[in-house]
Design a protein around this ligand. Structure first.
Ligand code: NAD
Length: 448
């Protein structure tokens, strides 16, 4: 049998594409070497958010006094927290399996590699069997990057995000190398569960790609709470559980913790694709056009493998676009990269969409800024917090260019801001939208 579409990788890009194409009655074969759901569902977004939710419950109980609630003997059982995380992941993986359980979709468990390709056929091998398809969608994702730092390889004290999620016990203390998204989410988890945390970041700031006023609110809170944050400091070498780091100025320092979590970015998984002769790459991953097609005409790619923006919701949208283009659907689908929301699940959460002030340097714009305390609901539920909401408005067209927020639960309403950015709403148009009262989302209206 010759399939219409073969997909390597069953993460958010792969399973979304399989679901979309099979729903259109197209025959699909999907190969997955680990678990359906990919990094996001098995060792990324979902398990992290599940652990973070338990940590938040504990932390809130510890600090319930500020809401007039007495919780005197608060404790947690990490074994139970861990088990619940496993259960949540299992349930969601089963949900994906269910979605792909239809007459048009075949799922093969194993490691697939491309054997050969012509303009109308891609030949793939998996578990010793060969499979033919008209099209190939590469959704092989990414893996934790191991930087070339002396003493990092085969060091049992070193964790990456996957080993941190696999650990059944909490570390006694933790050094986190890399103050990016993964680093700051794990810093939140460990800190809220009482583990002493030090974050070492090479750049002058943690979360360097985000709005820096928003990041400052987080950093001030975390440092006050006892998280040690060393910026402009580069990790030079490791020896067992000792880390030697060099600050931009002054002497090198040596720090020690039970475990060292290395979270300095991810790299695309390219193995198994060697037979795709002439496949073009960018500096970050496989090169694709706006329809997710590579330079080989029946080969598409979606998700982290493209190295564009490594987020699950980008991967699934890219997959929708790829399938729609393969099916030659009208209207032609594309992705609005200027309106991709992103969230960092710290406490408070950070959520943003659109341009930062750095991105908008060449566009005439004004910045509107407001503490979240302008929202009544925020004041009611966030004792002692101020939060921040910033909006960038194009002064020529009066459109919303970007929104950057810190304050719970901004992850839940950043989609409203994404909508405004995506649709090119002017401030006057956005003003006509009614927000429910009292919700923290009203900050988006207050700031207009
Ligand atoms: P990242 O790129 O967000 O951050 C890595 C950080 O490590 C950077 O700030 C970098 O300056 C720093 N760094 C690099 N080398 C260093 C060194 N030797 N010493 C000290 N610091 C060093 O990467 P990440 O946090 O590993 O995340 C990987 C990807 O996964 C990202 O694309 C991220 O967006 C995605 N992700 C997203 C979410 C989310 O959306 N909530 C959660 C987790 C991961």
């Amino acid at each position: 049998m010759k399939y219409f579409l073969s997909i390597i990788g069953g993460g958010p890009a792969g399973y979304t594409a399989a679901e979309k194409a099979s729903k259109q009655g197209k025959s699909v074969i999907l190969f997955e070497r680990e678990q359906l759901g990919g990094t996001c569902l098995n060792v990324g977004c979902i398990p992290t958010k599940t652990l973070l939710y338990s940590a938040k419950q504990y932390y809130n109980a510890l600090h319930a006094d500020k809401y007039g609630v007495k919780a005197e003997t608060v404790s947690f059982d990490y074994g139970k927290i861990f088990q619940r995380k496993q259960k949540v992941v299992r349930k969601l993986v089963a949900g994906i399996k269910q979605k792909l359980n239809n007459e048009f979709c075949t799922v093969v468990s194993g490691s697939a590699s491309v054997v050969s390709r012509t303009d109308d056929t891609v030949l793939i091998e998996c578990n010793g069997e060969k499979y033919e398809a008209e099209n190939l969608l590469i959704c092989t994702g990414s893996s934790n990057f191991v930087p070339p730092i002396e003493g990092i390889q085969d060091n049992p004290a070193v964790w990456d995000s996957t080993s941190a999620l696999d650990a059944k016990e909490l570390p006694a203390s933790m050094i986190i190398v890399g103050g990016g998204v993964i680093g700051m989410e794990f810093a939140t988890l460990y800190h809220e569960l009482g583990v002493p945390v030090t974050v070492i970041e090479a750049m002058p700031t943690i979360l360097p790609n985000l709005d820096q006023d928003v990041v400052k609110v987080l950093r001030d809170k975390y440092e006050k709470a006892g998280i040690r944050i060393l910026t402009s400091t580069k990790v030079m070498s490791l020896e067992g559980n000792k880390v030697t780091a060099q600050p931009a100025e002054g002497e090198a320092i040596t720090l020690e913790a039970e475990h060292i979590l290395v979270s300095v970015g991810r790299r695309p998984n390219l193995d198994g694709l060697e037979a795709l002769e002439g496949l073009e790459f960018t500096r970050k991953g496989i090169n694709v056009d706006e329809g997710m097609r590579t330079n080989l005409n029946n080969v598409y790619a979606a998700g982290d493998i493209t190295g564009k923006i490594m987020l699950a919701h980008v991967a699934s949208r890219q997959a929708e676009v790829a399938v729609s283009r393969m099916l030659k659907q009208i209207p032609v689908q594309r992705i609005a990269y200027n309106a991709i929301p992103s969230v960092v699940y710290t406490n408070p959460e950070i959520a943003s969409v659109g341009l930062t002030e750095t991105d908008a340097a060449d566009i005439p714009h004004e910045v509107r800024s407001m503490p979240m305390t302008f929202s009544g609901r925020f004041v009611a539920e966030n004792e002692g917090e101020t939060g921040l909401c910033k909006m960038l408005v194009d002064t020529k067209h009066n459109t919303v260019l970007g929104v950057h927020m810190i304050g719970n639960p901004c992850s839940e309403f950043v989609a409203a801001a994404s909508f405004a950015v995506r649709m090119g709403y002017t401030v006057a148009e956005f003003e006509q939208v009614v927000f429910p009262h009292p919700t923290v989302s009203e900050i988006l209206k207050e700031i207009l």
